[in-house]
Design a protein around this ligand. Structure first.
Ligand code: NAD
Ligand code: MG
Length: 336
């Protein structure tokens, strides 16, 4: 059985005795900083001069310094900048300011696991990784609940890295929901695999393919949108609430029969082979190398694919239909 910790297993005084620096104020950074602050922990946010996030953090009542200053003052540094820029930020702003006994924390194992960041032996290295987007980490905290998290220790210089990690998880509200023990390797590899083959890559390709097939067959794009994208959430909500059995209990017998007989014809041995190949490329470091090279080159493929995908017909049709749903708050990614 997996080891899962809850609030009673944590010692809130450990993180309260630290000076915490949160480097970055994006999705995770704003949530960690504000939750820790509201939990009574001393927090400084580290942001570059001229970062558009500075004003936001100051207006939220937080102390803001440069990443290097924040790291120098702190004895617990949580690094919450994009994974592809983390190595550079670490070498420039954090590494020169690390002292024996400091704790270096991450919310994803990528840079440690793939050896992009190699911390000195005299600091603790741990991960507290909420299993949900930052905006939910913040919102659930203010509502009295929390987002579950993973905890892992890469390096235990002090002998108390694990307890400090649990204490941090308490501070951001994750111990209210459960903190699961893992390793940097397991977290990194399963996280990348999940986002590639199902959560982000797999699902998006399935949605676009099903939508296009319906439209090409002459059905109205609006019908195709409702069927292949909108309704996905309603089905996934049922799975989230009670697993596949609850979803299959709620749908019609006709839908359930189609599920059992047609699903396995769509996701085939070829799909599973592609999933295993993606896993192998994660495990042997090929994906990490490819992504870091792409990022160092200015991410040309990422940016051009993003533009093309944003122009897909399903996006135009969907935007129009969502405008007619008064219960939906319009959401649009910022344009470059
Ligand atoms: P983000 O892209 O939302 O925000 C990053 C922030 O870092 C920016 O807002 C900015 O303040 C700062 N920043 C950006 N580029 C920088 C640079 N070159 N130098 C210095 N600062 C810079 O990032 P995020 O999604 O919050 O991810 C942070 C970490 O949390 C990553 O390790 C990620 O894997 C992990 N994580 C994210 C989520 C999520 O829901 N987004 C969930 C779990 C774990
Ligand atoms: Mg993830």
């Amino acid at each position: 059985m997996a080891q899962i910790y809850y609030e009673n297993d944590t010692d809130p005084t450990l993180v309260a005795q630290r000076k915490v620096a949160i480097i970055g104020f994006g999705s995770q950074g704003h949530a960690h900083a504000l939750n820790l602050y509201d939990s009574g922990v001393s927090v400084t946010v580290g942001l570059r001069e001229g970062s558009p996030k500075r004003q936001e953090a100051v207006e939220a009542g937080l102390t803001v310094k440069t990443p290097a200053e924040a790291a120098a003052e702190a004895n617990l540094i949580m690094v919450l900048v994009p994974d592809q820029h983390m190595g550079e930020v670490y070498r420039r702003d954090i590494e020169p300011n690390l002292e024996a006994g400091d704790a270096l924390f991450f919310a994803h194992g990528f840079n440690i696991h793939f050896g992009e960041i190699v911390p000195p032996e005299n600091v603790d290295v741990a991960m507290v990784a909420p299993k949900g987007p930052g905006h939910l980490v913040r919102r659930t905290y203010t509502e009295g609940s929390g987002v579950p998290a993973l905890i892992a220790v890469h390096q235990d210089a002090s002998g108390s890295a694990h307890d400090l990690g649990l204490s941090y998880a308490w501070g951001i509200g994750s111990a209210r929901a459960g903190v699961l023990q893992t390793t940097f390797q397991e977290e990194t590899e399963t996280d990348l695999f999940g986002e590639q083959v199902i959560l982000c890559g797999g699902v998006s390709e399935m949605v676009k393919s099903a939508f296009t097939i319906l439209v090409e067959a002459g059905y109205q794009p609006e019908s195709a949108y409702f069927e292949t994208l909108h309704e996905l959430k309603l089905i996934v909500d049922l799975m989230y609430e009670g697993g596949l059995s609850w979803m299959r209990y709620s749908i019609s017998d006709t839908a359930e029969y189609g599920d059992y007989t047609r699903g396995p014809r769509v996701v085939t041995d070829a799909t599973r082979a592609a999933m295993r190949e993606a896993l192998a490329e994660i495990q042997n470091g090929e994906f990490a190398r490819e992504w870091l090279d792409e990022s160092r080159a200015g991410a040309p493929n990422l940016l051009s694919t993003r533009r093309a995908e944003q122009g897909h017909e399903i996006e135009q049709v969907g935007a129009g239909l969502r405008d007619m749903m008064p219960f939906l708050v319009p959401k649009k990614p910022p344009s470059e």
